[in-house]
Design a protein around this ligand. Structure first.
Ligand code: HEM
Length: 305
């Protein structure tokens, strides 16, 4: 079996089969990516053969802080060219997907300009999967670090919806919302912001604000009043929030149902995160799906040599 050494120094198999269930595997690659990327590509109508390209470009966006300008420009121009090409294809041969429906809206009643259509597809592609990948990874990580909460969730799976909300609050996928520019002067909590100034809403600290949340640094899946800001607020509140919630519930529920003994392969280390001002994304999370049972002392004593 070919192996890959992760940033954490853990060798993981490149392909996970049941024979390797007791070996470390990178959860991000093996599990967190496939569901959101498949869903968003199916929804928009991106052919399966282009999904790897698409994933490569979007990984440049997530790693923008450490990419060169050339890499960033290459990824953006390639992705824009791809979106244009796709729009032309769907225009000629519409299929049953969101992009064909958006094109029909543009062509039918002129409600979407060419630029609006392109940027909408770009936004959906970029916003629609990396965030959900992190919801799944951060969620698994948070639960594995809090065995009492995981045990409660496994005993009472009906808590999954509130558990996902708590994960979004406790370790949400975005550090901050997209920067805003003040169109007029405004006072916010005693701070004057002039027209033209850039405002960055730091979502993670807001979600741990002790004035709003009791025991804000604790993961507690029994909270019912998690009024978190992980999906933003107001007019630009996340369009994909219901879909992301559904994917998060499915992914976490199914994973722990299938692998109830799942554990961190390197429990003593915090997993590396992408160096990004926007994303709060774990880069890799080595886990063991089904640890080998450890023979008990009694068993060993009674076992004949
Ligand atoms: C856990 C996963 C997700 C998180 C944490 C998240 C977070 C956010 C946040 C914070 C915003 C607001 C940004 C701002 O105020 O400027 C936003 C906007 C948006 N999100 Fe999400 N998102 C997630 C999943 C998705 C998915 C799955 C889709 C698409 C299917 C999506 C599509 C969008 C779009 C189109 C907007 C822009 C809405 C607007 O400007 O009116 N998001 N998201």
């Amino acid at each position: 079996m070919q192996r890959l050494t992760l940033f954490t120094g853990v060798p993981v198999p490149l392909v996970t089969g049941s024979a390797d269930a007791d070996q470390p595997v990178d959860l991000v690659n093996a599990y967190s990516y496939p569901l959101p990327i498949t869903v968003i590509c199916e929804l928009i109508g991106i052919p399966a053969v282009r999904r790897d390209d698409f994933r490569r470009w979007s990984s440049v966006f997530v790693n923008a802080a450490v990419c060169t300008a050339e890499e960033y420009i290459e990824a953006t121009t390639s992705m824009l060219a791809f979106v244009h090409e796709l729009i032309v294809q769907k225009q000629q041969a519409p299929t049953d997907d969101l992009l064909s429906a958006l094109i029909a809206t543009r062509d039918g009643s002129d409600r979407l300009s060419e630029d609006e259509l392109t940027s909408m597809v770009f936004l959906l592609l970029a916003a629609g999967h990396e965030t959900t990948v992190s919801l799944i990874t951060n969620g698994v990580h948070a639960l594995l670090r809090h065995p009492d909460q995981l045990e409660l969730l496994m005993k009472e799976p009906e808590r999954l919806p509130t558990a996902v909300e708590e994960i979004l609050r406790y370790d949400g996928p975005l550090q901050a919302a997209i920067p805003y520019v003040a169109s007029a002067p405004i006072d916010i909590a005693g701070t004057r912001i002039e027209a033209g100034e850039v405002i960055v809403f730091a979502l993670l600290p807001a979600n741990r604000d002790v004035r709003k949340v009791e025991r804000a640094d604790e993961l507690d899946i029994t909270r019912t009043d998690t009024a978190h800001l992980a999906f933003g607020h107001g007019i630009h509140h996340c369009l994909g929030a219901p879909l992301a919630r559904l994917e998060g519930r499915l992914a976490l529920g199914l994973l722990f149902e299938r692998f109830p003994q799942l554990r961190l392969a390197v429990p003593e280390q915090d997993p590396p995160r992408h160096p990004s001002l926007l994303m709060n994304a774990i880069r890799e999370l080595p886990v063991v799906l089904r640890p080998q049972p450890v023979a008990s002392a009694e068993h060993r004593v009674n076992t004949p040599e």
